[in-house]
Ligand binder design. Structure first.
Ligand code: ADP
Length: 269
């Protein structure tokens, strides 16, 4: 296994001896320790069922750890509900299926990103103008200001995912966790949406951890690639260390076939 040794940035967060066994007895993550550098764009790669989603979701408590803990630079080890709440408030989550409310406008969906910043009772009242401005700014950053009042279910898949990114940004996060954010998009749209997410994270200095199944997209955008197989880290290194043998190691000898878009990317890079 290759170890990441070159990055000198302080860790934004860590998994410490973290493991997950689901209630049905499935061991999805063997005890794992990883440090995620501040401001780095880390990609998790691995075949379906490898444990990428489990690892990613354990980082914001959507999947509870059964061993070990999560540690955040400004909060220390997350040991109680209050620390987890603080951490979640600063963590923007982007999902594969967007998880937007279809009958609400793009704007209203993005505004839900602000709810974690308010007491539950406060959310019964209209949110202040400053909050709405944050939501509009987030929509502008993903290029969707003109669609602000369009129902989410009337947007294309790529536009919906951009709304999902805007919702995460409206939270003013320091950490972005994206679980297969481009898996349900066509290859060209996937590349554009990932470039957008990557550009925003870079610009804002956000720490990002993104699971993908497209090897070429990982090579193109990641600062660091972590390969997962059978609930364990099987590769950890910079993109240029991910040679064909390493890809075979991650995918157990059957790497995913390049898509037309990844072939196109190979042509231009
Ligand atoms: P990936 O994201 O790499 O596809 P997952 O983290 O979703 O992998 O899954 C890792 C393993 O855990 C798989 O064997 C999967 O079937 C299992 N798993 C995932 N979610 C659950 C769950 N809620 N209950 C039981 N097993 C689960």
């Amino acid at each position: 296994m290759m170890l990441q040794s070159t990055d000198q940035s302080p860790a934004a967060l860590r998994l410490v001896g973290a493991g997950v066994v689901y209630p049905n007895g499935t061991r999805a993550l063997h005890p794992t320790s990883l440090a995620f550098a501040e401001g780095a764009f880390t990609v998790l790669l691995g075949p379906s069922g490898a444990g990428k989603s489990t690892l990613l979701r354990s980082l914001n408590g959507l999947v509870p750890l059964t061993e070990g803990h999560v540690e955040v630079s400004r909060l220390g080890p997350l040991r109680d509900a209050r620390a987890w709440r603080e951490h979640r408030r600063a963590t923007g989550m982007v999902f594969q299926q967007h998880q937007l409310i279809g009958r609400l406008t793009a704007f209203a969906n993005v505004l839900t990103g602000r709810l974690g910043h308010h007491h539950a009772l406060r959310t019964l009242l209209p949110l202040p103008t400053a909050e709405k401005r944050l939501a509009l700014n987030a929509l502008a950053r993903v290029g969707l200001l003109e669609f602000a009042l369009r129902r989410a279910d009337q947007l294309s898949g790529g536009q919906q995912q951009r709304v999902g990114i805007a919702r995460a940004l409206a939270q003013q996060p320091s950490l972005v966790l994206a679980d297969e954010p481009v898996a349900s998009l066509d290859p060209a749209t996937a590349e554009r949406v990932l470039a957008l997410l990557h550009g925003i994270c870079r610009q804002d200095g956000l720490t990002a951890i993104v699971s993908l199944h497209q090897v070429e997209l990982a090579r193109r955008f990641a600062d660091r690639i972590i390969g997962i197989g059978g609930g364990r880290v099987v590769f950890d290194g910079p993109p240029d260390a991910l040679d064909d043998a390493a890809v075979r190691g991650i995918y157990g000898g059957t790497p995913p076939a390049p898509t037309p878009a990844t072939r196109m990317l190979e042509d231009v890079t």
